[in-house]
Design a protein around this ligand. Structure first.
Ligand code: CA
Length: 372
């Protein structure tokens, strides 16, 4: 009787794991392993370190990473404990990738475009100006070729990436002057990172790299004339409305920044299979939680900015957006011409976008249009 129960339990565990694996990031590594859950050593506690690119205690982002640690600890019955360090607490914020790669820490959380200097193709897994929105990016990574390509480009660094949160469409940014035409961008100094920054330079502006903690002072002192950050919730917390009143939309440069969980692959494979799956499951739960949190909070704080702080909400003129779109195509062409991996990733990205757009146009877009 006892043996039969053990057999059933083992079969159920195997089925459960196989089921969990389906539809997630490629599971080749798991397939090669024995399902070892019946051999769990309940007395062994695993302690991991996680670093992030986010300021300590930053809402949604740092907050979400700490939630992930809590979920993993709860799901594992306390066998797995992850200590989360905000940017600068253990290592500088932008050294997360290296720290996970060399195994100094087991996990990290950030955005793939931060690693553009090391892996140019990573930018397509962060945010692409005029690119796919959050849902479409999720679909490319989880149900298209995106996830497999992402794993491929991080493989040499012994890192497994998992899509883990999305900001949704960001805001265009804070400007201390009106943007009525492309002429108004000329000579403008703006804090705007990634591919969007390169596009801004082509449009005659000057993209400046300023870390999050220095943006407010630089804007206040006129070192920069404009800045983008995220959306109403986080922008409110940064207080930008006190030093610039024009709040432009849409965030053409980041139409859905995908956030990523970085895991040292060797360290992950050393874990019992159930803990590996618990980490992945928590990551997908965080992916949903962050998206929902951004949407809910942005709506509340946009109203606060307008009603309580007198912020002037303005839309970029369509000819400015058309010009920025043209410069985006040029920027991406230059990148894919000089980097073969970027070319390969972008071919998959644009093929998926073209295909999914046909569907989005008659579903999402047609539905929104019907409401007006
Ligand atoms: Ca941004």
């Amino acid at each position: 009787m006892m043996r039969r129960r053990k057999f059933i339990s083992k079969s159920l565990s195997a089925a459960a794991v196989a089921g969990t694996c389906a539809g997630l990031v490629s599971c080749d590594t798991e397939k090669q392993q024995e399902v070892n859950t019946p051999n769990i050593n309940f007395n062994k506690t695993y302690r991991w370190k996680m670093v992030t690119t986010w300021p300590p205690n930053f809402p949604v982002l740092d907050e979400g990473c700490k939630l992930l640690a809590k979920w993993v600890e709860e799901m594992s019955g306390g066998r797995m404990k992850i200590h989360v360090y905000g940017g600068g607490e253990l290592i500088p914020a932008l050294e997360c990738f290296d720290a996970v790669s060399n195994g100094a820490v087991e996990m990290g959380h950030g955005v793939a475009y931060y690693w553009a200097g090391k892996v140019p193709a990573a930018q397509f897994f962060g945010a692409v100006p005029f690119g796919m929105n959050a849902n479409q990016s999720n679909s490319w990574v989880l149900a298209g070729e995106g996830g497999k390509l992402w794993e491929e480009i991080y493989e040499p660094f012994d890192i497994l990436p998992i899509t883990c949160g999305n900001t949704g469409i960001q805001m265009g940014g804070w400007f201390n002057r009106d943007i009525n035409s492309l002429e108004d961008i000329k000579g403008l100094k703006m804090r705007i990172p990634g591919l969007g920054g390169k596009v801004f330079n082509k449009a005659g502006g000057t993209a400046v790299l300023v870390s999050g903690s220095e943006i407010y002072t630089n804007l206040e002192r006129g070192v920069i004339d404009a800045t983008e950050w995220i959306g109403p919730y986080h922008d409110y917390k940064m207080g930008f409305y006190q030093v610039a009143k024009n709040y432009y939309y849409p965030g053409w440069h980041e139409p859905g920044a995908t956030l990523e969980l970085l895991i040292n692959k060797s360290k992950l494979l050393e874990l019992p299979l159930d803990l590996q799956q618990i980490i992945k499951t928590a990551a997908y739960q965080l992916n949903d939680w962050m998206g929902a949190e951004f949407d809910a909070k942005n709506a509340i704080y946009l109203k606060k900015l307008i009603d309580e702080e007198g912020v002037l909400l303005k839309q970029f003129p369509s000819d400015v957006l058309s010009a920025l779109k043209r410069y985006t195509d040029e920027t991406i062409e230059e990148l894919t011409d000089r980097d073969a991996t970027s070319k390969k990733v972008y071919e998959s990205y644009s093929k998926f976008r073209d295909s999914v757009s046909v569907w989005s146009n008659i579903s999402d877009r047609a539905y929104y249009d019907s409401l007006t």
